[in-house]
Write a protein that binds this ligand. Structure first.
Ligand code: SUG
Length: 450
């Protein structure tokens, strides 16, 4: 039976805006106060998804969450109608409303950690929504993420859904963005490499920016998923990379099957990491493509998101393809590096560039926008929603965006009740398009839950 790695991309939400919320994320800070274009952002994301299909890959879609997140405002004591709550909350704290209006759920690499059925003891695929405890605006994501994943992967014989890891920032977990899976082919057993920024109970005086992922949370997810200890590796991200703005490891490394493409300064101890991966992989030869700092500096890696590319095996092509943001083409150092890479004798033979500027300005590149899930044909048949992209679904989603999304959102628009009502109407329609059921609390008439 065919086993594929399916990318589930997050749709950019109708409240996509630049509020500069993510400390340690250079692009988010630099974009603070800019006007955003949610319609353009959503269409840019959809074009990338459609391109993946044109390459012969199966592509999935994940919906945005409800924003502003009224359940949090209610939990904080605001009462009354939705419009009253929003108005009062904005009068009290525009920053609070900005945090609860972020469209950060588009970066689905942070939605969850997924361990494929071929790597778990019970032969089922395991999901843990990321708690995203490090950033307030993202800490409100896991309950809805879990609800969406359960609606999509709804077959108990095949899929296991765990609660997010409790414990706040001590147990900070940012999901698949810090997880690399190596294998000879997607359906064969793999090796999981988790990258953390700090330890839960120690000091990390070498960090200027938050180390969002802790070693203990990586261990907890692996324990939940019952991964065998010889198939897992934990490694610390280089503090230098975090301090340069690589707040997730997927800003400095990416992998596909047995190929690992990473920056020289990505990890604390690169040579022992590579040796450990090769040992765990046994007979399967690894291909390590290490990019020297004197060819691409950490600062160029962070500003262009060279490593936040998707590395894919497209059935329509010989060799692997990098899906890159256009920033990596505009920068001389990364453009020339990519040219040399494609000419060299290695598994990477193609580079496709995409304009994802709406997302990139908030620090989200091609790889941030996707959650990888290894699925066999029967898993795809067992899915409980219309979440796999087809030409029809692509058409429906483009029309939906054209109908509901604004071309401009300023930070002060986040107090506009009309924007909130437009978004709820759009999301209500989206759940019908994607056949997801009532996943949003405004559809459930249950305001005390998420
Ligand atoms: O968590 N940006 C996201 C970007 C996430 C990128 N994901 C991966 N690397 N996988 C973050 O920092 C900015 C939102 C704002 O500033 O409004 C934001 O949340």
């Amino acid at each position: 039976m065919r086993v594929q790695e399916v990318n589930f991309d997050g749709l950019v939400g109708a409240t996509h805006n630049y509020a500069g919320l993510s400390y340690g994320n250079v692009a988010s800070a630099a974009s603070k106060g800019r006007s955003s274009n949610p319609k353009e952002g959503a269409l840019q994301g959809l074009r990338k998804m459609q391109h993946m299909r044109e390459l012969g890959l199966t592509q999935g879609v994940l919906p945005p969450h409800q924003r502003p997140h009224l359940p949090t405002l209610r939990a904080l004591g605001f009462q009354g109608t939705d419009i009253h709550i929003l108005t009062k909350a904005y009068e009290t704290s525009p920053e609070l409303v900005a945090n609860l209006s972020s469209s950060s759920t588009m970066w689905t690499a942070n939605a969850a950690t997924v361990t494929p059925f071929c790597d778990t003891r019970d032969g089922k695929t395991h999901f843990t929504p990321a708690n995203l405890a490090a950033m307030y605006h993202r800490s409100i994501e896991p309950l809805t993420t879990g609800r969406i994943l359960r609606a999509m992967f709804s077959n108990d014989d095949r899929f296991v859904h765990h609660p997010h890891i409790p414990g706040g920032i001590h147990m900070g977990d940012e999901g698949a963005a810090n997880h690399n899976r190596f294998c000879s082919d997607y359906g064969n057993s793999g090796v999981a490499v988790f990258v953390y920024g700090r330890e839960a109970f120690g000091r990390s005086d070498d960090l200027q920016f938050p180390g969002r992922q802790t070693k203990e949370s990586c261990r907890a997810v692996l324990t939940q998923h019952s991964v065998a200890s010889e198939r897992m590796i934990l490694v610390r991200q280089n503090p230098k990379a975090i301090n340069a703005g690589a707040f997730h490891n997927d800003v400095v490394s990416v992998c596909n099957k047995n190929v690992f493409f990473f920056h020289e300064e990505a990890f604390e101890n690169t040579s022992s990491l590579c040796a450990d991966i090769q040992t765990a992989m046994g007979q399967v030869p690894m291909e390590f493509i290490e990019v020297p700092a004197n060819e691409v500096s950490l600062s160029d890696a962070v500003s262009t998101y060279l490593f936040n590319s998707q590395l894919v095996s497209a059935p329509a092509r010989e060799g692997m393809t990098l899906i890159l943001p256009s920033e990596a083409q505009d920068n001389v150092a990364t453009r020339e590096y990519i040219q040399r890479l494609l000419e060299k004798d290695n598994s990477i033979s193609h580079a496709d560039f995409f304009d994802l500027r709406q997302s990139m300005r908030n620090g989200g590149g091609p790889a941030c926008l996707r959650l990888r899930v290894v699925l066999c044909d029967d898993d795809l048949l067992a899915m409980g929603s219309r979440s796999i992209l087809t030409d029809d679904l692509y058409g429906d989603l483009v029309s939906w965006v054209e109908k509901h999304y604004r071309e401009s959102v300023e930070p002060e628009d986040l107090c506009d009740p009309q924007l909130m009502m437009e978004n709820f109407a759009a999301l209500d329609e989206l759940t019908q398009i994607l056949d997801l059921g009532s996943i949003y609390d405004f559809q459930r008439n249950d305001s005390s839950s998420d």
